[in-house]
Design a protein around this ligand. Structure first.
Ligand code: ADP
Ligand code: MG
Length: 270
């Protein structure tokens, strides 16, 4: 290659945008269950590190299925799921939070949060301060000794989040975690989750069927079609963080909600 051309190539390389590889990429993924139900078909998704990505779609479109596939709890029947550097999902720390807090009723908040570390064989005495820190992160310093029955719905969800983040996950998967909560509690948990995400810089994949919630929280929204779900639209939400009530009440928020709502409508029109 003549020197000139070589120089040119090098210059072009330097001008090229620095695009990091996605943490995980789903390409044309299908999932058909044993009973013949086709949950997703040709589903594409790239999830980048430190992103807060929402998966938005109607009930039954395959959102939970996508999370389960990423978590390695189920295998795709078609397509590929690629982790960066070729690692498999079971080499990753992945934490899942469900709509139901699924706490052990006979155990205190402390012991519920301790559970993942107990499963790793870590003695309670050695990790007590980690458990306390995790409870503190979700604003539950005072209720470590309380049992789930003594906690409100919002507090139980906080325990569930603390239990997920105590493992310091590479990827936090949340499946409609706030759908069963009243609106005020939900707003508060939205804010607290965002503050935590900004502080800890986790990668978050958040499933919701709420346009308003997805716009408030996300860097980017992936809108799914009805079942069999596939990606219908990808919408960046370029509003700066922190997003507080000021954003919730702003014209910019309203505009973005309308745009996402319209994309969802289009996705649901066959
Ligand atoms: P979403 O979370 O978007 O509401 P799901 O991923 O839970 O949707 O489910 C997508 C579709 O797959 C639904 O029709 C659901 O009934 C079906 N489905 C989910 N899990 C199973 C399963 N294990 N066996 C058969 N069908 C399933
Ligand atoms: Mg679901």
């Amino acid at each position: 290659m003549p020197i000139d051309a070589e120089d040119q190539t090098r210059q072009q390389d330097m001008r090229a945008p620095v695009t990091s590889a996605p943490l995980v990429r789903l390409e044309h993924v299908d999932k058909t269950f044993a009973n013949g139900t086709e949950a997703i078909r040709g589903f594409d998704l790239s999830l980048f590190e430190r992103e807060f990505l929402s998966l938005l779609g109607p009930s039954g479109c395959g959102k939970s299925t996508v999370l389960r596939l990423i978590a390695g709890l189920a295998a795709p029947t078609g397509g590929t799921i690629m982790w960066r550097e070729g690692a498999k999902s079971n080499d990753r720390r992945i934490a899942l939070v469900f709509q139901e807090p699924t706490l052990m009723p006979w155990a205190t908040a402390f012991d519920n949060v301790y559970l993942p570390l107990r499963l790793e064989g870590l003695p309670k005495r050695r990790v007590a301060s980690r458990v306390e820190t995790a409870l503190g992160l979700v604003g539950l310093d005072d209720v470590a000794g309380a049992y789930p029955r003594e906690l409100s719905g919002g507090m139980k969800m906080r325990v569930s989040i603390a239990r997920a983040v105590i493992t310091e996950p590479d990827l936090l998967l949340l499946d409609e975690p706030f759908a069963a909560l009243d609106e005020i509690t939900r707003f508060r948990l939205n804010d607290d989750l965002l503050a935590l995400w900004q502080d800890k810089r986790w990668t978050v994949l958040f499933v919701t069927h709420s346009v308003f919630e997805s716009v408030y929280l996300s860097n980017r929204i992936v809108v799914m079609t009805e079942r069999p779900g596939r990606t219908a639209a990808e919408i960046p939400i370029d509003a700066p963080y922190p997003r507080r009530d000021g954003f919730r009440n702003s014209a910019a928020y309203g505009e973005r909600c309308r745009a996402v709502s319209a994309a969802l409508q289009r996705a649901m029109t066959p």
